[in-house]
Design a protein around this ligand. Structure first.
Ligand SMILES: [Zn+2]
Length: 228
């Protein structure tokens, strides 16, 4: 369940956005009609699922920053009301990139339109689209084409079912948690090794730059140690 979702009208989005910051800082007055906040079902036992120890956030500075961000988003609530699902957009982008890989520059070829149409058809109709095109063009749908597309469609259906199962989702969350723990471990051990505009941050803070020590100068006054 989400605070805002595609298909909401402009006012719903505005109200949804206004609820977010007070909710994570522990004030649920605006959440009464929200189906995603379970505070009003049992206020005493309410715990946040995604915040540390199930407790609300406290930092005033963060609250101000988040409020600023939400205010900006509210200003754009007009353009937010026809949002699609990011996941299906990504899946379609991936499909197009298979039919027209960027590395081949099909943008300079007449085949691009057909490649895009093929991607759209595969998304809407499944793998059987090729047989349907053949039939529409008064050609044989192709015995083997049909058999292969049936197998692929079945596989896709199974994958979809699996992805929607509770076990799969729990497993995905656990994997993400493990990945985050590993990342944090590495961060402690090695420091920050990658991030956007990292070089500028380092220049601003000269204390972060560590100098490599110069090689030792041996002048003959050192003690000699022999290992036998
Ligand atoms: Zn709430």
């Amino acid at each position: 369940m989400y605070a805002i979702k595609g298909g909401d009208n402009k006012d719903d989005i505005k109200i949804g956005l206004q609820r977010i910051v007070p909710h994570i800082f522990g004030s649920h007055e605006n959440c009464k009609d929200a189906d995603w906040c379970s505070y009003h079902q049992n206020p005493e036992k309410f715990m946040y699922k995604s915040l540390p120890n199930g407790k609300p956030l406290k930092s005033e500075g963060l609250k101000v920053e988040l409020n600023n961000l939400v205010t900006k988003m509210i200003g754009r609530s007009n353009s937010l009301n026809d949002l699609g699902s990011t996941q299906s957009n990504e899946s379609f982008n991936q499909l197009v990139s298979v039919k027209a890989p960027k590395s081949r520059h099909y943008g300079g070829s007449c085949s691009l339109q057909n490649r895009l149409s093929a991607a759209v058809l595969q998304k809407n109709e499944g793998y059987g689209y090729l047989s349907k095109i053949n039939e529409a063009a008064k050609l044989s749908p192709g015995e083997f084409t049909m058999a292969i597309s049936a197998v692929r469609d079945k596989k896709m259906e199974k994958r979809k079912e699996k992805k929607n199962s509770k076990e799969y989702k729990v497993d995905r969350i656990q994997k993400k948690r493990n990945r985050n723990t590993n990342e944090r471990k590495h961060l402690v051990r090695e420091g920050k090794t990658y991030g956007s505009q990292m070089e500028f941050d380092q220049q601003q803070d000269p204390e972060l730059t560590t100098e490599i020590p110069l090689p030792f100068n041996i002048d003959g006054t050192e003690c000699k140690v022999f290992l036998i």
